[in-house]
Ligand binder design. Structure first.
Ligand code: CP
Ligand code: NVA
Length: 317
C-alpha cells in the first residue's frame, strides 16, 4: 500500500464497482486487495477517517442473533462520523422484502442484512437503490472473511502461498474463506466429514479463482491430512444458526473433527488458530486451543471493526 494513497484530508477510498456486497462474488481480487490495504490503514490511523461518512446512515437488519457483526457495524459507522438504525426480526413477513428495500433506501445510505436465505439479501439488493451488504446468510459471510484475511496478513506479513485448513462444517464462513482465500493466492483445504462438503458451485468457482491466482482448493474427509503443515487452522460451529434441529446428528457426524492440541501438532510449528466466534468449546474446539498462544481469535474479532470500516468507505465515501 502506498502511504500517500490515504493521506489526503479528503479521503479518496477505492470503490467496489458492483456497488453492493451481496456475496463474495460482488468483489474482485483487486478490490479485495484494496480493502485489506485500507483496513490496515484505518486500523493504524483511525482519526484520519473520523468524519469521512458524516451524515451517512446505515440500516442494520437481523433475522438471526449477532454480537460481533451488529456491534462492529454500529461502531464502524459511528466512528466514521455517521449513524445507524437497527431492526431485528423476520424479513418479508410483515411486508414484502421489495417494499422493505424501497423504504430503507429512502431513509438510509446502505443496508446491512443478516438473513436465513441468500435470496433475501439478493432481493433486497435488487430493489434497493443503496448498497446492500451481506452480514451473513446461509451461504456466505464475506465480512468475516475480510477480517480473517486481515488477521492472517498481520501475523504472517503475507497471504499468497500460505496454507489454511478449515476443519468442520463447510458452512457460510468456510465458503467465504474459500472464495476470498483462493482469489488472494492461498492454499485452502476444507477437512469435513462425508456429506458435509462445500456447495458444489462455490467449490467450482473458488477452484477457478485459485487457478487464476496461484492458490489451490482441496477438500478432504481426513482432518490430520488436511491440517498437515498448515499455517492457519480455522474452525466454526458444527451447527449454524437455523440448523438447530440437526444439532444432535451433527455432534455424531463431526466426531474426530474437533480442533484439539493433538490436531494442532500436525500443523506448521508457527500456525495460528482462528474461529469466527461464537465458539462452542468442547465441540468444534477445545478450551485449551482457543486459549492457547496460537489462538488469534480476539485479534480476528477486533479486525471485524477495521475491515468493515474499509468496506463502508469503499461503498459510501
Ligand atoms: N462472527 C460473527 O459474525 O459473530 P456474530 O454472529 O456475533 O455477529
Ligand atoms: N456458521 C455460523 C457463523 C456464526 C457467525 C452460523 O451461521 O451460525
Amino acid at each position: 500500500m502506498s502511504a500517500a494513497l490515504f493521506s489526503d484530508a479528503a479521503v479518496k477510498a477505492p470503490v467496489i464497482a458492483s456497488a453492493d456486497l451481496t456475496s463474495d462474488f460482488s468483489i474482485t481480487a483487486e478490490e479485495l486487495r484494496a480493502l485489506l490495504d485500507l483496513a490496515a490503514d484505518v486500523k493504524l490511523n483511525p482519526t484520519r477517517y473520523a468524519a469521512t461518512l458524516k451524515h451517512r446512515y446505515l440500516s442494520l437488519l437481523f433475522e438471526k442473533p449477532s454480537l460481533r457483526t451488529r456491534l462492529t457495524f454500529e461502531l464502524a459507522i459511528k466512528q466514521l462520523g455517521g449513524d445507524c438504525v437497527v431492526s431485528i426480526g423476520p424479513i418479508g413477513d410483515r411486508e414484502p422484502t421489495k417494499d422493505l428495500a424501497r423504504n430503507l433506501d429512502r431513509w438510509t445510505n446502505a443496508i446491512v442484512a443478516r438473513t436465513f436465505l441468500q435470496s433475501t439479501v439478493d432481493e433486497l439488493a435488487q430493489w434497493s437503490s443503496v448498497p446492500v451488504i451481506n452480514g451473513l446468510s446461509d451461504l456466505y459471510h464475506p465480512c468475516q472473511s475480510f477480517a480473517d484475511l486481515q488477521t492472517i496478513e498481520e501475523r504472517f506479513e503475507t497471504l499468497a502461498g500460505l496454507k489454511l485448513c478449515f476443519v468442520g462444517d463447510s458452512n457460510n464462513v468456510a465458503h467465504s474463506l474459500m472464495l476470498n482465500g483462493a482469489r488472494i493466492g492461498m492454499h485452502v483445504t476444507v477437512a469435513c466429514p462425508k456429506g458435509y462438503e462445500p456447495d458444489t458451485n462455490i467449490l467450482a468457482q473458488s477452484t477457478r479463482f485459485a487457478t487464476q491466482h496461484g492458490g489451490s482448493i482441496t477438500v478432504t474427509n481426513n482432518p490430520i491430512e488436511g491440517v498437515a503443515k498448515s499455517h492457519v487452522i480455522y474452525t466454526d460451529v458444527w451447527t449454524s444458526m437455523g440448523q438447530e434441529a440437526e444439532a444432535a446428528q451433527r455432534i455424531e457426524s463431526f466426531k474426530g473433527f474437533q480442533v484439539d492440541s493433538d490436531l494442532m501438532r500436525h500443523a506448521d510449528k508457527n500456525a495460528i488458530f482462528l474461529h469466527c466466534l461464537p465458539a462452542k468449546r468442547g465441540q468444534e474446539v477445545t478450551d485449551e486451543v482457543i486459549e492457547s498462544n496460537q489462538s488469534a481469535v480476539f485479534d480476528q474479532a477486533e479486525n471485524r471493526l477495521h475491515a468493515q470500516k474499509a468496506l463502508l468507505l469503499m461503498l459510501l465515501a
